[in-house]
Design a protein. Structure first.
Length: 154
């Protein structure tokens, strides 16, 4: 009678590679972001820039700290990105009423860029949904909404 060998315990690396949410989300993020970046390249934008510009347009004049919180982004990273956008003429950064608070606001050039990028964004959105599958896309939205409701910094 042949004996069945006892199941082997996975190595730490195998355990991590087999089920790590962070690793899988990072890989998925790179895949999806690359898809959007490729679609938006002819418009002169990256996916991150389009997201940031869209938040600025939606929120109206907004303090960089509030924008960083909405984007769940480090303030220094956002500051570098905003400086680049200001140099491109997409936004303005001005002093607020208190004198020490800055406000970020979309310029006409930035709003026009968002509108021009919309068809390319829609193409990328459709490609992403096809790549994820309908249930996968719905799962991403559901997971994001649930996490956002649980974490106050998002």
């Amino acid at each position: 009678m042949a004996r069945t060998p006892p199941p082997t315990k996975p190595s730490p690396a195998e355990e991590i590679m087999g089920g790590c949410f962070a690793g899988r989300i990072r890989l998925l993020n790179r895949t999806i972001t690359g898809l959007y970046d490729e679609a938006l390249r002819p418009a002169g934008l990256t996916a991150g820039q389009l997201t940031t510009l869209s938040f600025i347009e939606k929120l109206g004049p907004v303090a960089p700290g509030g924008l960083a919180k909405q984007l769940n982004m480090d303030k220094s990273t956002l500051s570098r990105n905003l400086s680049r956008m200001e140099r491109n003429g997409w936004i303005t950064i001005t002093q607020g009423d208190a004198g020490h608070t800055q406000l970020v606001q979309i310029r006409k050039k930035g709003a026009t860029l968002i509108a021009q990028a919309l068809p390319r964004w829609r193409e990328a959105q459709a490609q992403a949904e096809q790549l994820l599958g309908t249930s996968g896309a719905a799962g991403v939205v559901g997971a994001f909404n649930h996490a956002r409701s649980q974490v106050t910094d998002m």
